[in-house]
Design a binder for this molecule. Structure first.
Ligand SMILES: Cc1cc2nc3c(=O)[nH]c(=O)nc-3n(C[C@H](O)[C@H](O)[C@H](O)COP(=O)(O)OP(=O)(O)OC[C@H]3O[C@@H](n4cnc5c(N)ncnc54)[C@H](O)[C@@H]3O)c2cc1C
Ligand SMILES: Cc1cc2nc3c(=O)[nH]c(=O)nc-3n(C[C@H](O)[C@H](O)[C@H](O)COP(=O)(O)O)c2cc1C
Length: 644
């Protein structure tokens, strides 16, 4: 049983008592249609609320059409939204938590409105991310938006929410006023920090006026902007007491803005769990209202300590909720080892929403999230004898799901141990957390009673003899070996041999291939002290800097002075040298002690033909269907199991 007495103790704010101090912070889902709550939004929030978190703050909810990020995001700028919002509040209440609605205006961080010339902001200063400027808000517009915050708060109250949260963080409209980088106004809303805070003060006052004295109002702030010349925690401390006097009952101490390097708001594994607590503590020093700490919390025990130490009064678990909505239940029951911990890859959640705005929220390691309406909860009608070939992320996710649905599952893996390419994917600096997830998955599959038969290569013959009722082919990909002279020289190896320590790093190494595998091999080598040259055929790295992982990878390689040769093709390998072609000519790179190949992978699915011929129902999933990422592997693995 749980001893997390601090995390699981109640707290009262105004007239509302939260049953515990775990908070689900607001997270956009893109599940709305025309900014209205949908069945998918309700199924999602119901599942998330089942975690038992004391306070569930629903995602950004636009207070005004000029601040809405699109129809996939909720709205509260008209009474027509109230019935749907009421269902959201009810769903949260049914699970026992308290419900808050996040009041939002995107300001200039709104690509669609920027493109149409309709985005607004404190000044006509271009967004760092989108490079386009909004229209400067007139005083009339400012007053209209201030009013809109108040009206939306009143609608939240009418819809049955227990509280509202004003979104003053992450570079949206309120932060744009607070920040000297985006606010160049010369009137009473611009100038010194205290003036730039005026808009936020007016919003709080407007909200308080509409909701009355008993209703809790939280204020989410970025404790610091985390961008060059942005405001700091010390700056924030100077205005915070005034913000509390204006009506903020809870301070939610987030971090970062649009364009903060590496996306620190939803921080990558380079940031340790709970890395942001000290900022909550710093803000707590100047106010006497409860403060919420947030930032890569995955461990309820750590949250309990944070509260026990008095660093914060509540702790928000964002992506951890998405990775495992049962994590608090497991913590209560003392089943800590069963918690599926978020790996902070951002693939299914924040980066999917930001980079693929037509898609809705998912989680790369939890196929249920965002697919609650599809996710089968009852055992399958017909129990099948299913073979799963390959024990990487796709195969093991399929095994977990198939077993959960009552099928008879056999997993075969040709290597000595399960994990597939995830072992290699977790070897570069800061990626150990990926392997921890894989160990969790292996343990859960085994705990469910599935035996993973290692060192067993499934062959055509086995399939013919065993005649399973269905097969999930999760055989991954295989390395591409380029047709180049000199590959057999002893100083040539591949990225996998470096990453699993079969080959020791040498001082002067050339990595051939600048995709993710090559970049990570280079990162690994540089971390071990090698001087790395990276040769890539394309004119730039296929690993984009706008994902948090990509950004961190590029930054580390730059810091290690890795030499990038783009637009360069490996032509031949000689003793301690390589020949490359670039700019139409040939060049010899001398003094090479190690050549590390990472020129990509291709799908491995030879068994498919036998399955077709024998008419055995089958699914090809993950890298075996097309070499991609973890999210595709887990989703396709799960979907195959659901469709058996
Ligand atoms: C260095 C590196 C870094 C990476 N980094 C990332 C990252 O940061 N993010 C990300 O999303 N993705 C990353 N990837 C890609 C990710 O690892 C793959 O997309 C993922 O592992 C695919 O899962 P899978 O289960 O489809 O295949 P795999 O993980 O390849 O597993 C397939 C398994 O099938 C087994 N097998 C094959 N044939 C047979 C057979 N006939 N019988 C029995 N067993 C068989 C194999 O031995 C293997 O264990 C990285 C990959 C590498 C190599
Ligand atoms: C998919 C996703 C959507 C988010 N949407 C919002 C949002 O609507 N409002 C907000 O204030 N923060 C939003 N955030 C930030 C989170 O609330 C949280 O502050 C951040 O993820 C850090 O917490 P974590 O490390 O526990 O995930 C979002 C984060 C994610 C992953």
């Amino acid at each position: 049983m749980s001893t997390l007495e601090h995390l699981f103790s109640p707290i009262t704010v105004r007239n509302v008592t939260l049953p515990n101090r775990a908070v689900m912070p607001p997270m956009g889902t893109n599940l709305a249609v025309d900014s209205m709550v949908t069945e998918a939004s309700l199924a999602y929030i119901r599942r998330q609320a089942s975690s038992g978190a004391g306070l569930i703050i629903i995602e950004i909810t636009a207070v005004h059409p000029s601040g809405c990020l699109g129809g996939g995001h909720l709205g509260a700028f008209d009474d027509r939204f109230i019935p749907g919002l009421r269902k959201m509040a009810e769903a949260i209440h049914e699970a026992g938590g308290k419900a808050a609605m996040q009041l939002h205006h995107a300001g200039r961080e709104n690509l669609e409105l920027l493109k149409k010339g309709k985005a607004v902001g404190p000044s006509a200063v271009p967004s760092f991310v989108y490079g386009m400027a909004p229209k400067e808000m007139t005083r009339e517009m400012i007053h209209e938006i201030v009013e809109a915050f108040g009206k939306a708060a009143a609608r939240a109250k009418e819809a049955g929410f227990d509280a509202v949260e004003v979104h003053g963080a992450h570079g949206y409209l309120l932060t744009q006023f607070l920040s000297g980088l985006s606010n160049h106004r010369e009137d009473e809303y611009g100038g010194p920090f205290s003036n730039r805070a005026r808009f936020v003060l007016e919003v709080l006052a407007s909200v308080r006026e509409r909701v009355g004295e008993d209703f809790p109002v939280a204020l989410r702030l970025s404790a610091e902007e985390s961008i060059k010349n942005g405001y700091t925690v010390e700056d924030m401390k100077t205005i915070l007491p005034d913000l509390v006097r204006a009506g903020a009952d809870i301070i939610h101490a987030s971090i970062g803005t649009h364009g903060s390097p590496g996306g620190i708001t939803s921080a990558s594994p380079e940031y340790e769990t709970g890395f942001n607590v000290w900022r909550a503590r710093a803000l707590k020093e100047v106010v006497d209202v409860p403060v919420i700490a947030v930032g890569r919390f995955t461990d309820p025990a750590l949250a309990d300590q944070v509260i026990a130490r008095g660093d914060a009064d509540l702790v928000a678990f964002g992506r951890q909720q998405l990775a495992d909505p049962d994590f608090l239940t497991k913590a209560r029951e003392g089943r800590m080892q069963d918690i599926r911990k978020c790996i902070a890859c951002n693939q299914g959640c924040i980066e999917r929403l930001m980079l693929e705005p037509e898609k809705s929220v998912r989680c790369a390691i939890n196929p249920e999230t965002g697919q609650e309406l599809l996710y089968p909860r009852k055992p399958a009608g017909t129990r099948r004898n299913v073979w799963i070939v390959g024990a990487g992320p796709a195969g093991l996710t399929a095994a977990y799901e198939a077993k959960r649905l009552g099928h008879e599952v056999s997993v075969f893996e040709k290597e000595k141990s399960p994990g597939g390419n995830l072992f290699y994917a977790s070897r570069a600096p800061f990626k150990q957390v990926y392997w921890e997830w894989m160990l969790w998955l292996i343990s859960q599959v085994e705990k469910a009673g599935v035996r993973i038969q290692t060192q067993t290569t499934v062959t055509d013959r086995m399939l013919e003899d065993g005649n399973p009722e269905a097969v999930i082919l999760a055989t991954g990909g295989e390395k591409i070996v380029p047709p180049i002279a000199g590959l057999d020289l002893p100083f040539v190896c591949d990225a996998w041999q470096i990453l699993d320590e079969r080959v020791e790093p040498k001082e002067n190494a050339v990595v051939v291939g600048g995709g993710l595998i090559g970049m990570e091999a280079a990162d690994y080598l540089a971390d071990k002290g090698s001087k790395v040259t990276l040769v890539e055929l394309l004119d730039s790295s296929p690993v984009q800097k706008f994902t948090s992982h990509g950004y961190m990878l590029h930054r580390r390689l730059r810091d290690h002075q890795c030499r990038f040769l783009f637009g360069t093709e490996l032509a031949g390998i000689q003793k301690n040298a390589i020949t490359v072609t670039r700019d139409g000519g040939e060049e010899i790179i001398p003094n090479v002690e190690q050549v590390v190949l990472a020129v990509g992978m291709k799908p491995r699915h030879d068994l498919k033909e036998t399955l077709k011929r024998k008419a055995i129902p089958h699914f090809v999933v993950g890298d075996a269907a097309g070499v991609r990422r973890i999210i595709e592997a887990t989703e396709e693995g799960a979907r195959a199991a659901w469709d058996l």
